[in-house]
Design a protein around this ligand. Sequence first.
Ligand code: ATP
Ligand code: MG
Length: 140
Amino acid sequence: MTTNRTFTMIKPDAVESGNIGNIIQAITDAGFKIVAMKYTKLSTQEAKDFYAVHAERPFYLELVDYMTSGPIVAAILEKENAVADFRKLIGSTDPAEAEEGTIRKLYAESKAKNAVHGSDSDENARIEGDFHFQPDHCFA
Ligand code: ATP
Ligand code: MG
């Protein structure tokens, strides 16, 4: 299993606020290589499936509504220690608690509309990457 990859989405709020470019720049400046990338919009079923682990959480339907409210950028990223380093780069779920200079501190609106997704484990990075990309659309 590849353990040097993570999966990210630039979420609808950050697309809407015009921060796709700033966020991709921050990601590449931090040393991540783009393995795959696309501009797309999640269907309700795709968002429900993607966030199925949160199905029992009170914010699940709000989260699905939000993630389908506009287009997103999905990407697979590669770097040594990718999952942990990317979570560090994006900062805490709630931008109010995120460290200075993190992507969420800079660009997120709120705990719900928090600009970016980052996988929380190597296993989920692989599952989430496979959810969005065929192997022949990945360029290592
Ligand atoms: P992500 O998985 O998107 O990288 P995360 O791992 O920091 O974020 P999770 O606990 O996995 O946070 O929550 C998934 C997403 O659900 C959050 O990024 C946010 O958009 C939304 N969310 C989390 N907690 C809340 C909440 N209390 N109210 C509303 N939305 C929430
Ligand atoms: Mg998460």
